[in-house]
Design a protein around this ligand. Sequence first.
Ligand code: ATP
Length: 292
Amino acid sequence: MADDALPEELKGRFVDEFPIVVEGLVNRFGTQTVHDNLSLEVRQGEILGVVGGSGTGKSVLMRSIIGLQRPNDGDIRVFGKSITEAEPDEEIGVRSRWGVLFQGGALFSTLTVGENVQVPLKQFYPEISKELLTDIARYKVMLSGLPEDAADKYPSELSGGMKKRAGLARALALDPELLFLDEPTAGLDPIGAARFDQLTRELKETLGLTVFLITHDLDTLYEICDRVAVLADKQVIAVGTIPELLETEHPWIQEYFNGPRGRAAQASQKRDKRKAATSSSRSMDNRPPKRA
Ligand SMILES: Nc1ncnc2c1ncn2[C@@H]1O[C@H](COP(=O)(O)OP(=O)(O)OP(=O)(O)O)[C@@H](O)[C@H]1O
């Protein structure tokens, strides 16, 4: 629901509760319609997984929300500000409140990791001194789980997993409230992917982020997503927790979550939960007796 349609006293609350609101989105490329009347609300503080078959328009949706793709129709509001009405470069006070990790990291190859992280800082805060820029960039590099000396390396000197973390460091440069991640675990080995998931969850919790996460990775969905939005038939056909989605009868959803890979991810999550429960009950058993 657009904020404008709400009574005055509810507007602020709605914006606080749903930092991203997409209504009636239409995106076309020539004769191809990618989105047709697509709507979605992202809740404050959640990790929303966005899934759908290849070419269903997940990246186009993300690009529309961050103003890189001008939709043919519809309304997109971020923190209550209309992205669709704004000019691409217009200062509307929200662009510095989000960070984006594009597919593949999208780092500038001629800049070091530290310099890459400084790019958004220089853009939004040109007055910051060189020394402070260097310090902030190093802090963001470490926050993303990279060693401090990675700040001085060029993207070509990094592994695939390190590049993702460097892209994440740049996405975190401006202390964003919203984090957009486009297939962050694609191309990572399972251990690297699990570590990246863990990092995303920790950052979300410690920094209070709201995360819009496009993924094909079922383990990521099970492990860290609070809700999942499913794109199919040019729209968001369902949004909810995985158990809620499993109750819907849409064939794509059933095939996706109940296919062999979906069942494996489900089983692995159950195993992890059992392990966590066993180790926590063991650690309770090992507690020193309470003093009288
Ligand atoms: N700039 C563009 N010009 C023309 N067509 C485009 C453009 N950007 C995207 N498309 C088309 O829009 C459709 C959706 O693309 P998008 O990249 O959003 O898919 P996706 O769901 O993210 O796919 P994947 O899971 O494979 O990454 C595709 O058919 C794509 O070819």
